[in-house]
Design a protein around this ligand. Structure first.
Ligand SMILES: CC(=O)CC(=O)C(=O)O
Length: 229
């Protein structure tokens, strides 16, 4: 017998490449403007900014390959191709040189953004959570254990919409690499097993329309794709 007032929410579980095991998601952190060209296309100066973070709800994480309804209340849904770091061992104040030991694995991801809602919030100097943290706003490809990939410091990252190349970059172009991200973030919050970190997007963000398929690919990882219908 349970004393819960309603059933506890089901955990958000993500599939792992080559395994029947599942990765339970705890929280989703995201890094903003982590590639210089993208920071410029958003009207910011990449040389003057420390890393900053925002979050998405845990159950925003969706596996790759789904056909989903087009997100509500937006006329300007944007793709953002990103490397996702999956934390396996938590901790606070993790030194950059120890960060790799806390990484369970990696995935390709799409940090979907309701750019119109985000832009309106920015203009009003309000939080832009509703531009970033909406239902199904994080498409995550199969997770790959770091024990198999090794550290993901370099590798081509692309985003295609209906086969057209929209974003193209290399993980080595990140302003703050994954070890620095973990060091910064773990000063702000204690990281825990199951946390995902979406590490920022290269230049070329742009719209996805209903009826289109958007696919993020990173060298060495499974793709993160979504179709809207
Ligand atoms: C802060 C942004 O809107 C863009 C973003 O999420 C990024 O990765 O940069």
């Amino acid at each position: 017998m349970s004393n819960l007032v309603f059933p506890a929410p089901a955990p958000t579980l993500l599939p792992i490449a080559g395994s029947d095991a599942l990765f339970p998601v705890r929280r989703i952190f995201c890094v903003g403007r982590n590639y210089a060209e993208h920071a410029r296309e958003m009207g910011n100066d990449p040389d003057r900014e420390p890393p900053f973070f925002f979050t998405k709800p845990t159950d925003a994480a969706m596996t790759s390959g789904l056909t989903l309804p087009f997100p509500v209340v937006t006329q300007n849904l944007h793709h953002e191709a990103e490397l996702v770091v999956a934390i396996g061992t938590g901790g606070a104040d993790i030194a950059a040189e120890d960060a790799d030991a806390h990484i369970w694995g990696y995935a390709a991801g799409n940090d979907l953004t309701r750019r119109d809602i985000q832009g309106d919030a920015k203009a009003l100097r309000r939080p832009w959570d509703m531009g970033k943290g909406f239902d199904a706003s994080a498409i995550i490809g199969l997770l790959h254990p770091a024990a198999q990939t090794g550290p993901m410091a370099a590798g081509r990252i692309t985003c295609k919409v209906d086969g057209d190349l929209r974003q193209s970059g290399d993980l080595s172009e990140m302003i703050w690499p994954t070890d620095q991200i973990i060091a910064f973030l773990s000063k702000l919050v204690s990281l825990a097993p199951g946390d995902l970190i979406m590490t920022g997007t290269p230049a070329g963000v742009g719209p996805i329309q209903n009826g289109q398929t958007c696919k993020v690919e990173i060298e060495g990882l499974s793709p993160a794709s979504v179709t809207y219908r």
